[in-house]
Design a protein around this ligand. Structure first.
Ligand SMILES: [Zn+2]
Length: 157
């Protein structure tokens, strides 16, 4: 990288991780086409980006919630992610009866709605992804219920 290109370094780094807007991205791409030194720099950064991507996907950090009901012995851990249509709920539950059918109910001030149904595995655990049309900010609790509407666990949000 030549002295004249030092100023590009930060932009190229930002470009590699997809942090630049379309206008700046185009500017960087144009420079990369004309400058072999910066192209080499860019290629050196690609493995870093891939490595960062793996790190980030291995350690997702959405807000997490946990709860345990001593009466039913059910543990739950949920993470919520805002989506354009509402909320995606990733839920891991253990302490269920083997093969227990369960219902995930989202609770908000406006009422309750079923977000998913599933059956526990033979080890009494379940991992499910549910979707709710209710925005994250309006959810007050997640309920895990048996089909008879018996509450197995409530996770306050
Ligand atoms: Zn350059």
């Amino acid at each position: 990288m030549s002295q004249a290109c030092t100023g590009w370094r930060g932009d190229i780094g930002a470009y590699v991780v997809g942090a630049l807007g379309p206008v700046e991205g185009t500017r960087v791409r144009r420079h990369l086409r004309s400058c072999a030194a910066c192209r080499a720099d860019y290629r050196d950064l690609l493995p870093v980006r891939d490595w960062l991507g793996r790190m980030i996907s291995a350690h997702p950090a959405p807000p997490g919630y946990r709860a345990f009901d001593p009466a039913t012995g059910v543990h739950g851990q949920a993470s919520l992610r805002a989506t354009p249509t509402g909320t995606q709920i990733d839920l891991a539950v253990r302490g269920l009866r083997a093969g227990q059918p369960c219902i995930l109910v989202t609770v908000s001030r406006a009422g309750a709605a079923v977000a998913g149904t599933w059956t526990a595995g033979n080890d009494g655990t379940a991992e499910i992804t549910g979707a709710s049309a209710i925005p994250v900010s309006q959810l007050t609790a997640l309920h895990i219920e048996a089909p008879s509407h018996r509450l197995l666990l409530s996770i306050p949000l």
